[in-house]
Design a protein around this ligand. Sequence first.
Ligand SMILES: [Zn+2]
Length: 77
Amino acid sequence: MPKLSMDIVLDKNTSAKLRAISKHTAALADELERIDAETCPGCGELCEVTEYHADGMPAHKSYMCHVCGYIKRESTL
Ligand SMILES: [Zn+2]
């Protein structure tokens, strides 16, 4: 079976670009996790998220679906 090969030369710009890609993929992963957390398990729509604070600290979040009525409360303490 023929093999393909590729030489990659990492110069200063390449490592800066790789760092930029890494930063953005980490932010994208966080965003995708947030979307997953906010997606209604009943109907797949995005829930309305409300954060409640106690003494200035996040205490809990509620997820409410306006389509099917799903409600979830989650402690963030
Ligand atoms: Zn729903």
